[in-house]
Design a protein around this ligand. Structure first.
Ligand SMILES: NC(=O)c1ccc[n+]([C@@H]2O[C@H](COP(=O)([O-])OP(=O)(O)OC[C@H]3O[C@@H](n4cnc5c(N)ncnc54)[C@H](OP(=O)(O)O)[C@@H]3O)[C@@H](O)[C@H]2O)c1
Length: 375
């Protein structure tokens, strides 16, 4: 193996982010080596192991690896492995947080997609990264767009404008949605992503997560972050500076661009698998003020997010449980808001929680709601 190869671990390798990251990495075999893969239960990881020949794999899929030259390990062992240079964090949901914290504690550089981890314990993770020297580079498309607009500027941004497609029900009122199905909610108008983030996009919970993520990653106040409905999903976000000028980042709707940008930062490299957008022929791009009456989850979540701390664990735990129950057809779409609102309303803010308190609280919130509806 060439000495200057960058050794990568992909957490969530069988998901939407994981598979798109593998496509980019496959294009540059002279630059990157897949040293470890991790997922949950999807047996498709076997094909990935055969193709990328990683040294370490963490999986609950029960696949037979006896005849393969790969070592079965835990995700924590991957995140602390001294030979790993870079972790691509693409596990969905609250269970992503521990692996990101371990990676940061071990000084690993992270390409961050898993937004729930930053929502639950962002400040603790960022402070730990400052101590360990770990670099956290966003690959979520909106924070990546903000990062791309800020790069090269010596002035701090005045305002971040995060764009939102508006999700599957953007042309409906909330009151019309009580009988929509999960199939309808999963029919995202512009992006193809994992199930949880697609439902979070319909409720706009995903946008609250991005507001929180951007606040933490770019050290902004909530008052300096706006959300705009941009149905075409071409402009991935914008940044305004003190002179009033706005910079925007435009691109195709795939995660290959932000993943590749972070992998090669600060260089931009040609990859013939990534589509160019036709800048001279973009057609109409529209930007509308968010009508919050259509998105009660957005209003409620942002209200409690501003209280910070343990409210963010409740938010993530309750959202994950509610989305899962909706996907399993155990609750109505509009119940998602009721469940999240109740959990947040009941909560009394914890005094000075550490990382483990915050994760435990998110898990407890999730389990309490799941158990209530399963009994
Ligand atoms: N998809 C996007 O375009 C996009 C864009 C921006 C940000 N993000 C963020 O990136 C994260 C992943 O999203 P996604 O759309 O890629 O989700 P996804 O398609 O559902 O994939 C999730 C991945 O995480 C793995 N996983 C889930 N729980 C796990 C656990 N407990 N232990 C180990 N692995 C686990 C899954 O393994 P199995 O396949 O075995 O279940 C799968 O590989 C989310 O936080 C999302 O908000 C996604």
């Amino acid at each position: 193996m060439a000495k200057d190869l960058i050794n990568i671990a992909i957490l969530g390798s069988t998901g939407s982010i994981g598979t798109q990251a593998l496509e980019i990495i496959k294009y540059f075999p002279e630059k990157f080596n897949i040293l470890a893969l991790a997922n949950n239960t999807n047996p498709e990881i076997l094909e990935q192991i055969k193709h990328f020949n990683p040294k370490y794999v963490a999986t609950n899929s029960g696949i037979n690896m006896d005849t393969l030259s790969v070592k079965r390990v835990s995700i924590d062992e991957i995140c602390s492995n001294k030979d790993i240079d870079l972790i691509i964090a693409g596990i969905s949901g609250i269970e992503s947080a521990s692996s990101i914290f371990t990676s940061v504690q071990h000084g690993k550089d992270i390409l961050l997609a898993s937004k729930e981890a930053i929502v639950i314990a962002g400040e603790i993770i960022i402070n730990e990264a400052k101590i360990s020297g770990s670099k956290i580079l966003p690959i979520d498309s909106e924070p990546s767009a903000i990062w791309q607009c800020i790069n090269g500027e010596i002035s701090s941004p005045k305002k971040l404008i995060i764009t939102a497609s508006g999700g599957a029900f953007r042309d409906s009122e909330w009151s019309e949605l009580s009988s929509v199905t999960s199939e309808q909610a999963l029919n995202h108008p512009t992006w193809k992503m994992g199930n949880k983030i697609t439902i979070d996009s319909a409720t706009l919970m995903n946008k609250v997560f991005e507001v929180i993520e951007s606040k933490i990653l770019f050290d902004m106040d909530y008052d300096s972050i706006d959300v705009s409905i941009h149905k075409q999903s071409i402009v991935h976000s914008m940044v305004q500076f003190d002179d009033g000028v706005i910079k925007a980042q435009l691109g195709d709707t795939n995660m290959g661009n932000p993943i590749q940008y972070a992998l090669f930062y600060p260089e931009r490299i040609k990859n013939s698998n990534l589509e160019d957008i036709d800048g001279a022929n973009l057609g109409n791009l529209t930007f509308e003020k968010l009508d919050s009456s259509k998105y009660p989850c957005f209003e409620t979540a942002l209200h409690y997010a501003k209280k910070g701390g343990s409210y963010l664990s409740i938010l993530c735990g309750a959202d994950e449980a509610a989305v899962e129950l909706f996907l399993e057809k155990k609750i109505r779409y509009t119940d998602i808001h009721i469940i999240i609102n109740e959990a947040l309303k009941e909560h009394k803010k914890m005094f000075n929680p550490d990382f483990y308190d915050l994760i435990a609280l998110a898990r407890q919130t999730y389990s309490k709601i799941i158990n209530k509806y399963n009994n």
